[in-house]
Ligand binder design. Structure first.
Ligand SMILES: [Zn+2]
Length: 426
């Protein structure tokens, strides 16, 4: 009886199973919960017009959702970001990270350059752009030695000088500035090279700029120019209005160096041709560095509304141990000079990404790379020093609490992503 009854019911059971399975497959697949959930922080994501308290969910190394009150699942690591700002991973478009052991080689395979991972995450940076450390000759070495080994996303402006930024006579050699070969190297490394750098040439010719622009034109990337030091001086006005194209970048915008007029004139006014250059689409980058950010330039310029498009560091062993320090200290200067926090974040996220033509970076859209930074704005009395050695006092300072790269916590200042030791097993 039992076996016959089983035989009778078997087709029914099978039919029932088929019905259940087809019913399940007709439904939308269940949403997996996030791997990482950052709750209650003030999200600033300028690309998506978000400036409010929200939760951010990440899974599989990507941002999956930004919304209010996202439910935590048992599997998720939940981080309480109340009272903190959650922003896309910062992009530093002017750093020097082609570090190495070559003697007298300045910022090209030399020890004045910084190791990227040693400086990036602790200041909220997930993407660093090396500004001309390598040229077409030694870019492969830079890639093998630094870019491919770093956890930080390292991109590059390639120097118009074939041997890169080795200082001294190497950067004065017009014969080593080849637009064709530079363009060739860019095409070979389109995933990594985002532009061309022109810097440090002191001769009276425009050739380095002309060749830099030619290489960039051929490959549809911007040129970044560190201008000045020419004998006799070359007019900044001609650079900005005649030689550079919309989208090209003047770095060191608040510098006052020999051989280049500063953007603010003797009467404290931003020069009319500088405004005109901005109108025609020239990008102005802070590029603080060791000698390129003066309060005497920045304060009047910002008062007149001439704020930076991008706030980069020009990081190297000199600037990091002087007034510049790191990207957050540099951004804090602008915060204390009255630039709104959201505008500062925009400059170093979506605007920076736009300048280097990497629209996939600098925002927290669903599906974007899971790079983000959690910042604290500390209140107190803080001192800030410019590249001339002058001090300014301010009452706000940005500090990096947490950095996430590709969905992984890579910096956690106060352990806010960790369990209490009393609850853990280690
Ligand atoms: Zn530099």
């Amino acid at each position: 009886m039992r076996s016959r009854s089983a035989r009778i019911h078997f087709p029914l059971v099978a039919a029932l199973l088929v019905a259940i399975l087809s019913g399940l497959s007709a439904q939308a697949p269940a949403q997996p919960g996030p791997d990482l959930l950052i709750k209650g922080g003030h999200v600033i994501d300028p690309r998506n017009n978000i400036d409010a308290v929200m939760d951010v969910a990440l899974s599989g190394g990507k941002v999956t959702r930004v919304a209010a009150n996202i439910a935590a699942t048992p599997a998720a690591r939940v981080i309480d970001a109340k009272g903190l700002y959650v922003v896309p991973g910062l992009i530093d478009i002017h750093a020097h990270v082609f570090f190495g052991t070559e003697k007298d080689a300045y910022l090209s395979n030399a020890d004045s350059a910084a190791q990227p991972d040693a400086h990036s995450f602790r200041s909220g940076v997930t993407t660093m752009v090396d500004a001309g450390g390598s040229g077409w000759r030694n870019f492969p070495q830079f890639k093998e030695q630094v870019i491919d080994r770093a956890r930080t996303r390292v991109l590059a402006f390639i120097n118009i000088v074939g041997s890169g930024m080795k200082g001294g006579p190497v950067e004065q050699n017009l014969a080593d500035m080849d637009a064709k070969l530079t363009a060739m190297r860019i095409r070979q490394n389109a995933a990594t090279i985002v532009g061309v750098k022109v810097a440090h040439y002191t001769g009276p010719e425009w050739d380095p700029v002309v060749r830099g622009v030619a290489a960039a034109q051929e490959t549809n990337v911007p040129v970044m120019v560190d201008f000045g030091g020419h004998t006799p001086p070359l007019p900044l006005e001609d650079l900005l209005l005649k030689h550079l194209r919309p989208g090209d970048i003047l770095t060191h915008m608040y510098a006052h160096v020999s051989g280049r007029v500063p953007i603010v004139d003797e009467q404290g006014k931003v020069r009319p041709f500088v405004w005109e250059a901005r109108k025609r689409g020239i990008v102005f980058d802070a590029g603080h560095g060791g000698g390129s950010f003066l309060f005497r330039q920045a304060v009047p310029a910002i008062k007149q509304g001439f704020t930076p498009d991008v706030i980069s560091t020009d990081l190297h062993s000199g600037s990091m141990n002087a007034g510049m320090k790191d990207i957050l200290n540099t951004m804090s200067k602008f915060l204390n000079l009255g630039m709104p926090l959201a505008a500062i974040i925009k400059a170093n996220t979506v605007r920076a990404a736009d300048v280097i033509k990497r629209p996939e970076l600098g925002h927290l859209s669903a599906g974007a790379e899971g790079d983000l930074t959690v910042l604290a704005v500390r209140q107190g009395s803080f001192g800030f020093v410019d590249s001339g050695g002058s001090r300014m006092v301010g009452n706000q300072k940005l500090e990096c609490e947490l950095t996430v790269k590709a969905g992984q916590v890579v910096w956690d200042l106060n352990g806010i992503s960790r369990p209490m030791w009393t609850e853990g097993t280690k």
